[in-house]
Write a protein that binds this ligand. Structure first.
Ligand code: SF4
Ligand code: SF4
Length: 285
């Protein structure tokens, strides 16, 4: 596809394709797309949102998320405000109040991930008045402007867990196990406390400099969480265990945190969908 064509719901776009889209406060649909929308949050979305709001991950999840515990890997949705016409709690008349730290799916809008690494429209032109407006833009350039790169990279790291076929063979019956997985992926402030205020660092030997990197950065903490879970769930040796701890683990026949991790799994990559066909990040371009 070399020119900007008329797009339909089944059109698959590559990063080199052109499309036309512009969003601004003068459009009649402005902020409609932040109402009654299904947005899956990734762990990195939660990290960015809590940073943008200046609150803890626990507060963020309590106030703004719905969590499903039916799979080993948590499904986390952005909560809509039932008392305000199902609007996102974070939308204002001026647009998204956490624009710089908005979730991945909101950045991509009105595009969504398609099959085979392509992209598709998440909404019809009739609902998103910005579609078909403005200068033609390559999908690649649009995504760059929306700052999706760190979200894509973070998702690739998360996929080490979510795409592992062994995840589907596990069976999480122990709520404590779900709690640990949830903590190390989504509730980072609780995981930080666990790493630095429990015997974690007496059991796991991190490579030189990593402890300080984790102390200084939530992104590094999230990576540690993935490594720890990959160790606990799949036995991947991402770091050494101190000998004494290894003996204790062997004696118990257990791995992470002294708990046998099991569970049926399901990945929760970012995504946006909606019964009414709306959804967006107002002011995204
Ligand atoms: S992204 Fe939302 S606000 Fe912007 S043009 Fe589309 S529907 Fe309207
Ligand atoms: S872009 Fe809209 S739906 Fe997404 S977080 Fe912001 S206000 Fe909520």
């Amino acid at each position: 596809m070399s020119d900007s064509p008329k797009l339909g719901p089944d059109t698959l776009l590559s990063q080199d394709d052109l499309f036309q889209f512009t969003c601004h406060g003068g459009l009649e649909c402005f902020t409609n797309c932040c109402r009654d929308v299904t947005i899956f949050l990734t762990p990195y979305d939660v990290l960015r949102m809590k940073r943008g709001l200046g609150i803890s991950s626990g507060e963020l999840l309590d106030r703004y998320a719905l969590v499903s515990q039916t799979h080993a890997i948590p499904l986390v949705l952005l909560k809509m405000n039932e008392e305000d016409d199902k609007r996102c709690h974070l939308v204002t008349k001026e647009g998204c109040s956490i624009y710089e730290d908005r979730p991945w799916a909101c950045r991509m809008y009105p595009l969504d991930l398609g099959d085979d690494g392509g992209y598709k429209l998440a909404v019809e032109e009739a609902r998103c008045k910005g579609l078909g407006q403005g200068e033609p833009l390559r999908v690649r350039r649009y995504l760059e402007k929306q700052g999706t790169k760190p979200f894509v990279e973070a998702e690739q790291e998360y996929a080490r867990l979510t795409s592992d076929p062994r995840l589907g063979q596990l069976d999480v019956e122990n709520p404590q196990v779900f709690k640990m997985i949830f903590m190390a992926t989504y509730n980072l402030d609780a995981f930080r406390k666990f790493v630095f205020e429990s015997s974690f660092l007496e059991r796991f030997q991190l490579e030189p400099g990593r402890v300080e990197a984790v102390r200084a950065s939530d992104e590094e903490l999230l990576r540690l969480g993935y490594d720890w879970l990959a160790f606990g769930l799949f036995g991947q040796m991402n770091f050494q265990i101190y000998e004494q701890a290894a003996q204790a683990v062997e004696a118990k026949g257990t791995t992470t945190g002294g708990t046998v991790l099991g569970g049926g799994g399901n990945g929760a990559g970012g995504g946006r969908g909606n019964g009414s066909g709306s959804g967006s990040a107002p002011g995204t371009n």
